[in-house]
Design a protein around this ligand. Sequence first.
Ligand SMILES: Nc1ncnc2c1ncn2[C@@H]1O[C@H](COP(=O)(O)OP(=O)(O)O)[C@@H](O)[C@H]1O
Ligand SMILES: CC(C)(COP(=O)(O)O)[C@@H](O)C(=O)NCCC(=O)O
Length: 320
Amino acid sequence: MSQMMLENESLSPYLSFSRSEWASLYSADIQPLTEWEISELQGINENVSLDEVSSIYLPLCRLLNLHVTASQQLHQQSNAFLRKQMKKPPFIIGIAGSVAVGKSTTSRIIQALLSRWPNTPKVELVTTDGFLFPNAVLEQKGLMGRKGFPESYDLKGLIHFLSDLKSGKPVVEAPIYSHLEYDILADKVQTISAPDIVIVEGINVLQVPKQKRNKQTPQIFVSDFFDFSLYVDADEEEIKKWYVERFKILRNTAFQSPISYFHRYADLKDDEAIQFALNIWNTINGLNLRENILPTKYRAHLILEKGKNHSVSGIKMRKM
Ligand SMILES: Nc1ncnc2c1ncn2[C@@H]1O[C@H](COP(=O)(O)OP(=O)(O)O)[C@@H](O)[C@H]1O
Ligand SMILES: CC(C)(COP(=O)(O)O)[C@@H](O)C(=O)NCCC(=O)O
């Protein structure tokens, strides 16, 4: 490593790892995947290679496990000092990034891997889609074309939910969003009881609301509840391709269902589907990425930098 690189790194708040440097952290103290785990991970997404899991996600989860273990030990020591028997609230991990960058796939891999450590068997996953306002409310507010933008979320509801979790409330409920119906499910909720870890995934998890003029009220941000946060990053041109690809897959699968909001687009020809998806990207998701999501990248503790085919090319970690 040159002197110049060393100096640059010492000035940056982040440590940078190339893919191979990160993969070399995978060592004997991380148990190898069992056959059962391999089949479970392939069930999450058949396109995720096992090399990607061992080189990137296993070392990442080992690092997360070190943080969880340290926070559990600190909790025990604080209890002893305060002469209290408080139950440890869950360790909360926030995962941010653009629509279609792979947040939900990343979260599900991390969920599966983290639950293999004996001190964190119960790992729950919540997506902030559940806190979008229902379509009826969005229509009333004229926000149907702004789904995913900050104003389309019930931020108070999300903060309330996180606050309940961190207060150690034993059972907490979150609303559920259906991508198929493109709406909040009116009669279903996700129930979470006594988790060790909760992963909160969504495009908005590192956002801070714009300060209202002349208002000095103290504000609580979603990220205040996170013990660790990740940002999944890639070039917009790549993400746009992944969005269009996913749209084409959904046209052949989910959109075929009569209950799908997009059922009317199930018979689009390839070039029509591409144009349609590109139009949604350009008018909604791409705009939202540039205006509201990308600016939150450097609030994360760790940035996963993806190159082609979702392969992680580098990692940045905030010095702690
Ligand atoms: N690590 C990965 N390897 C291969 N394909 C992936 C990976 N992560 C995501 N994908 C694919 O990229 C698309 C977007 O991923 P998804 O997790 O749904 O994104 P998000 O939750 O950010 O919208 C999906 O088609 C998914 O199958
Ligand atoms: C519900 C979402 C805002 C959230 O995205 P996600 O967290 O699933 O990446 C997004 O999937 C969405 O619906 N965007 C609006 C435009 C569109 O139909 O893609």
